[in-house]
Every structure is written in structure tokens, then in C-alpha cells.
Design a protein around this ligand. Structure first.
Ligand code: BDR
Ligand code: CA
Length: 313
């Protein structure tokens, strides 16, 4: 298997952080061409810092980290400090990263990379609001057909919403961007709440990471100790949903996941249901499928993969 070239577009976030660690721990399957940061869980000044902290925790200060958009395409930013803490990465003791932030804007990096690499050889992995990806597609429509695949975390059908009763956070923050991406014609795989709410950070799963007895294992367990408290209180669940690592795990071991090719459209008008992913799971319209919408995963296999790979760092 040759490693798949990816750009990870992210707003760390503890679950984004685990996704980054999983990708950096899996060089046989994944080559990280760059990490582009976006405003989302916390403002851009923090997400770009957090991405660099995670690269340093992984022992990979050589990875290129870029700052992209500091706001959605046409709305004020909504953040999620109540979930992720003031820093976005609350839990472990944080340090000031010393690796540089790249001078180039993240949106320009996405455009330039897709134009430079052979067509169909770069996968985009958005783990936050889709502002950077949509801005790149708007500025350079020629890159859309050069994308191999977009594997993203966002949306919900059976779980409906987490930030409003009708919408999932990443889509809600920038629904116009999500609309542009979903209508782009690119090959898209979506990890909605329907699957990520089955990937729970139970106590034994967090303890398995802590028991790696490495700095990465401790750092990760401390992030997840903090991260899970919000959803446990909200849902009364056994742990927090580890959303974003589903994207990276899918690239490494797609057989852990199952879903359906369906049509998904984004609500951009209604105040009540803004950012809703209207997913035709039951095939009740004749709208053409534009997405592989994942619905289920092997949760034990998923956490075993994460623990085994993070042990390599
Ligand atoms: C998504 O929103 C963020 O809070 C998480 O990092 C994840 O990407 C889940 O709705
Ligand atoms: Ca995220």
C-alpha cells in the first residue's frame, strides 16, 4: 500500500488533536503534506498554535502548519469553549510551541498543493468548519477535479444536532462553506454524529492510552479526561464522542466503517434549522447521491487502532 497524501484542515480541539496524532503515527498509510488551520472550536490564533503543539508532542516539528481563514465565509464565528476549554486543548499542561507557523496562507497552500501534485493524488481531511476548503474552491475552481477525495467530519441525520437541535457544529459554523463543498462534485465521504456518537471514550479506553506510559499517551489521556466531561453530562453517556479521528481511521482501516451513498444538502436559509444536513438516508427523493454517509463503526477496533498507533510515537 502506498501512503495516501493528505492535507488535514483542522480547528484543534482535543478530538482534532487525536486525529492529528493518529495521522502522524501512521506513515505507512498517510503522508501529511500539511496541516491547515481554521477558526472553529476556538479562534484561529489558538487553533494554529494548538496544531503546532500537537506536532511537537508527536515529535514532528518538521510538519508544515498553516493558518487559513479566521472566520466563516459570510457569518460571524461561533466557537465551542464550553466543550474544549478556553485554550481549545484544555486538560494537559500546555507549552508554547517553538516550530514555526508557515508564512503562506492555508487557503493558498491548499490551492498550490492541488495544482502541483498529480491530479487525483491528494485527499482533503476537513475536521472543522469548511471555510478554508470552500474558499479554495471559490478562488480556484480548477482544483476541485484534482482532489482525490474529501473525507470530512460533519453533519448528522439520526443524531440531528449537537450545537442546535438541528445542526452539527462544523456545518453550523459555516453552512455556506459546507453547501459549496457538498455541491462541488468532488468525491466526498462524511463522518456525521451518527457514527461519531458510537465512538465513545469510555474509562477503559482512556486508561489504555494512559497505560502506554509515554508522553503522548499521558498527554492524550489528559486531553480526553477533560473532553469527555461535557458530553457525559449532556448525554449521560459512557464517554465523549471521539469525532475527528474517525476521518483518519477511515483512511487507515476503511473496513471499520459502513455507510450509504446518498444525497445530502445543507440548510442555509432557515434560522430555526440553519446548518442542518438534510440527508436522504431512506432514498425518498430522486436527488443524486453526492456523499458516502457513514452510519456505523466497529468501536473497539477503532480504539485499538488509535492505541496501537499512538504507542508508536
Ligand atoms: C465537531 O465539532 C468540534 O467541536 C469537534 O472538534 C468536531 O470536529 C463535532 O461536532
Ligand atoms: Ca474539529
Amino acid at each position: 500500500m502506498t501512503a495516501r497524501k493528505v492535507i488535514i484542515d483542522t480547528d484543534p480541539g482535543q478530538d482534532d488533536a487525536v486525529a492529528l496524532l493518529l495521522a502522524l503515527a501512521s506513515p505507512e498509510e498517510i503522508t501529511v503534506l500539511g496541516i491547515t488551520c481554521v477558526a472553529g472550536n476556538v479562534p484561529l490564533s489558538l487553533t494554529q498554535r494548538n496544531a503546532r503543539i500537537i506536532c511537537e508532542v508527536a515529535g514532528r516539528p518538521d510538519v508544515a502548519v498553516f493558518a487559513g481563514r479566521d472566520a466563516p465565509l459570510c457569518r460571524p464565528l461561533v466557537t465551542a469553549e464550553e466543550v474544549h476549554g478556553k485554550t481549545g486543548l484544555d486538560g494537559p499542561d500546555l507549552f508554547e510551541p517553538t516550530m514555526p507557523l508557515q508564512a503562506q496562507n492555508g487557503v493558498d497552500f491548499i490551492i498550490e498543493t492541488l495544482r502541483r501534485e498529480p491530479a487525483g493524488s491528494v485527499t482533503l481531511c476537513p475536521l472543522g468548519p469548511l471555510s478554508n476548503i470552500a474558499a479554495a474552491f471559490q478562488a480556484a475552481p480548477d482544483i476541485v477535479e484534482r482532489v482525490q477525495e474529501i473525507v470530512l467530519m460533519g453533519g448528522a441525520y439520526f443524531e440531528v444536532g449537537n450545537v442546535t437541535p438541528a445542526a452539527e457544529f462544523n456545518i453550523y459554523v459555516d453552512p455556506e462553506a459546507a453547501d459549496i463543498v457538498l455541491k462541488s462534485g468532488a468525491e466526498i465521504t462524511m463522518m456525521p454524529l451518527d457514527v461519531t456518537h458510537k465512538a465513545l471514550t469510555t474509562r477503559p479506553r482512556i486508561e489504555a492510552l494512559r497505560n502506554l506510559n509515554t508522553s503522548v499517551g499521558h498527554f492524550t489521556a489528559e486531553m480526553l479526561d477533560f473532553f469527555e466531561r461535557f458530553d457525559i453530562e449532556k448525554y449521560g453517556s459512557d464517554g465523549g464522542p471521539l469525532h475527528d479521528p474517525c476521518v483518519i481511521a477511515y483512511l487507515i482501516q476503511p473496513n471499520l466503517f459502513s455507510g450509504r451513498r446518498i444525497n445530502v444538502e445543507i440548510e442555509t436559509q432557515s434560522e430555526l434549522t440553519l446548518g442542518m444536513t438534510v440527508a436522504d438516508w431512506w432514498g425518498v427523493t430522486n436527488r443524486s447521491p453526492n456523499v458516502l454517509f457513514i452510519g456505523d463503526l466497529n468501536a473497539d477496533g477503532f480504539f485499538t487502532l488509535i492505541t496501537d498507533r499512538l504507542a508508536q510515537l
